[in-house]
Design a protein around this ligand. Structure first.
Ligand code: KIV
Length: 274
């Protein structure tokens, strides 16, 4: 029985395990990964969910938004991650333009992600506007994670990355959207950059797990972009981001030492050659 084991000991995190974690009040930890090497390190830590986010568009490809990344590129990143992961639940983002406004295309995109990556689930941004796509994907037996609040694929509509749902009207819509996604059958929802109080309210009202990024601590779990929390990317510093490392500084230091070793003939030494 799931409920009698510690979740840290499960051999594979499933959507059912996440549901049990919510019921037991055990917080869910989620991070992004876009490649095999990082995904392998993450999976060995016991992280619950690995998100192959379309933030790969910024982090891996250097675009200024998530809009340019293609389905083929997401499949490349997703399949690299899946090859490394045994335990964590792997969720892959459906990129901009592959599901909005056309549920048949949404289903085809989700099927490609599941077949060609071997992912466990897909994530879509939006509420009522994308409900038909969510329904159709779910009807094919594909688990769906929702994403509400700041939805970076709609940045040109919002015009800014400021905190969302601060007005009563937007907060009410977010709560309604969350209920719609739960009713449709989503197994979890990401809440991005909204007031902590609202994050707590939605979490109390819904049975499925709510994973926050800048949504306060009253949610069921947290997600961060790996490259941001490790200090590889330094340009991005929202209040919700806790940096656990300054990896770019460490990499710079190691590379400078290497350059010096090469130039001074310190590397390779006797033991490092044949
Ligand atoms: O693409 C991404 O990394 C995301 C997270 C910010 C939740 O959607």
């Amino acid at each position: 029985m799931l409920s009698s084991v510690s979740f840290r000991n499960v051999t594979k995190v499933t959507t059912h395990v996440l549901q049990e974690m919510k019921l037991k009040g055990e917080k869910i930890a989620m991070l992004t990964a876009y490649d095999y090497s990082f995904a392998r390190i993450l999976d060995n830590t016991g992280i619950d969910i690995i998100l192959v986010g379309d933030s790969a568009s910024n982090v891996m490809a250097g675009h200024s938004s998530t809009l340019p990344i293609t389905l083929n590129e997401m499949i490349y990143h997703g399949s690299s991650v899946v090859r490394a992961v045994k335990r964590a639940l792997v969720v892959v983002d459906l990129p901009f333009g592959t599901y909005q406004g056309n549920s048949k295309e949404a289903l085809n995109s989700a099927i490609r992600i599941m077949k060609e990556c071997g992912a466990d689930a897909v994530k879509l941004e939006g509420g009522k506007e994308i409900l038909e796509s969510v329904d159709r994907i779910l009807s094919a037996g594909i688990p769906v994670m929702g994403h509400l609040g700041l939805t970076p694929q709609s940045i040109h509509k919002f015009g800014t990355y400021v905190v969302r749902a601060t007005s009563e009207e937007e907060a009410t819509k977010l709560v309604e959207d969350a209920h719609l996604l739960e009713k449709a059958g989503c197994f979890a929802i990401v809440l991005e950059k909204i007031p902590a109080k609202l994050g707590g309210l939605v979490t109390q009202q819904l049975k499925i797990p709510l994973i926050g990024i800048g949504a306060g601590r009253e949610v069921d779990g947290q997600v961060l972009v790996l490259h941001d929390m490790l200090g590889i990317t330094l340009e991005f510093s929202p209040r919700f981001l806790r940096r656990y490392h300054n990896l770019s500084e460490e990499i710079r230091g190691s590379v400078n030492t290497y350059i010096n070793d090469v130039k001074t003939l310190d590397f390779p030494n006797e033991k490092e050659q044949y």
